[in-house]
Design a protein around this ligand. Structure first.
Ligand SMILES: CC(=O)N[C@@H](CCC[C@H](N)C(=O)O)C(=O)O
Length: 376
């Protein structure tokens, strides 16, 4: 069975309504399993891995296995698209395009289920890309070891490019990332008696302000890094001095050396806050993702292929400070990630993200053509 554009869009809309957090993708996994089971083909084998899936399409004369990965988790964002098919999961949204990623993978899989390829293709539906990270444990699984591909491919939607655009580059594409969680504990008290307390809202505000000097003053000007405090919480009521505050953020760097420098500065500034505000602090770096590094030969082949297609605009893009745990797959197996244009005025991780659905059939057709060409 191949999936026509109407069916693909209806799948995307179904998936869009059921976004789930990392390692909680139960409905998503059920939907994927049911859809894949409807593709006939004795050369298909499916294995569950936690809330994700591995699906092996066995080639008719395989010498190689190509891996294709789609991430499947949603984000804790309240949707504001106004779609009729908006998220039914209050406070969750597919605001990073993983509904597109899954649908495109299903479209390509449906094709190769109907038309057995020469080489084998391993489809990986990976949970928890937004955190805590599903790629690393999937790589360590016995299933991945048994079906290990020779090269890997994945895409990410790009709101800033029009439909029909494919953008990538050889070498470094995405940054190294680390989550950042800092808890500050002081002494609470009456709002009118600040001299008897250690106010953690004030301490946390100083910390956020001091972090702004890290990229400006500790990272070399021609290098790049990001320190973002995406969330701060603290206190219980407007007239109570907060005894606890928490900062949640992310660090992005282009090298592991810069990551170590940034973390060292975060630790030094946090220690300074402990002394200055007579409080205690604990730092937790949460999930760390390694960079996404595209293999040079594979990138050359992929980009030459894209350049030859009449309906495709190829862009050799800049590196980005986004993170992706697909980087772990590329550490283990050579491969490539690329951006797919979806033309949305609202960006990734925003409540108004509205990618153009015409990018789905375009990507399915593009990937079928690419995989058929490289594997023939
Ligand atoms: C493509 C994309 O938006 N990826 C996420 C990956 C999250 C990594 C991790 N949870 C962190 O925040 O460090 C991104 O935010 O770039």
């Amino acid at each position: 069975m191949t999936l026509d554009p109407t069916r693909l869009i209806s799948i995307r809309r179904d998936l869009h309504q059921i976004p789930e957090g990392g390692f909680e993708e139960f409905k998503t996994q059920f939907y994927l399993k049911k859809t894949i089971a409807s593709f006939a083909g004795t050369h298909l084998e499916m294995k569950e891995w936690r809330t994700g899936l591995f699906v092996l399409v066995k080639g008719f004369s395989p010498e190689k296995t190509y891996g294709y990965r789609a991430d499947i988790d949603g984000l804790p964002i309240k949707e504001e698209t106004g779609y009729e098919f908006s998220s039914r999961h209050e406070g969750f949204m597919h605001a990073c395009g993983h509904d597109f990623h899954m649908t495109i993978a299903l479209g390509v899989l449906a094709h190769f289920a109907a038309k057995q390829p020469k080489e084998s293709i391993l489809f990986i539906f990976q949970p928890a890309e937004e955190g805590p990270g599903g790629a690393q444990p999937m790589l360590e699984s016995d299933i991945f070891k048994e079906w290990k591909p020779d090269e890997m491919l994945a895409l990410h939607i790009a709101p800033e490019y029009p439909v029909g655009t494919v953008a990538t580059r050889p070498g470094l594409l995405f940054a190294n990332t680390s989550e950042l969680f800092i808890d500050l504990k002081g002494r609470g008290g009456h709002a009118a008696l600040p001299h008897l307390a250690n106010d953690m809202v004030v301490a946390c505000s100083h910390l956020v302000t001091q972090f702004q000097s890290i990229v400006a003053r500790n990272v070399a000007p021609l290098d790049s890094a990001v320190v973002t405090a995406g969330k701060i919480t603290g206190g219980t009521k407007q007239n109570i001095i907060a005894e606890h505050a928490r900062l949640e953020g992310t660090i992005r760097t282009l090298s592991l050396e810069s990551m170590a420098t940034v973390k060292k500065r975060i630790e030094a500034l946090t220690a300074g806050i402990e002394t200055g505000f007579d409080c205690t602090a604990s730092i937790d770096y949460g999930a760390n993702y390694c960079q996404v590094f595209n293999d040079h030969k594979i990138a050359d082949r992929f980009m030459s292929f894209a350049a030859k297609r009449a309906d495709t605009t190829l862009i050799e893009c800049e590196k980005a400070m986004t993170g992706e745990d697909f980087g772990y797959f590329l550490e283990a197996v050579p491969g490539l990630m690329f951006w797919l244009g979806v033309d949305s005025k609202s960006g990734l991780h925003t409540p108004g993200l509205h990618p153009d659905e015409r990018a789905i059939p375009f990507a399915v057709e593009y990937l079928i053509d690419y995989l058929s060409t490289v594997s023939s």
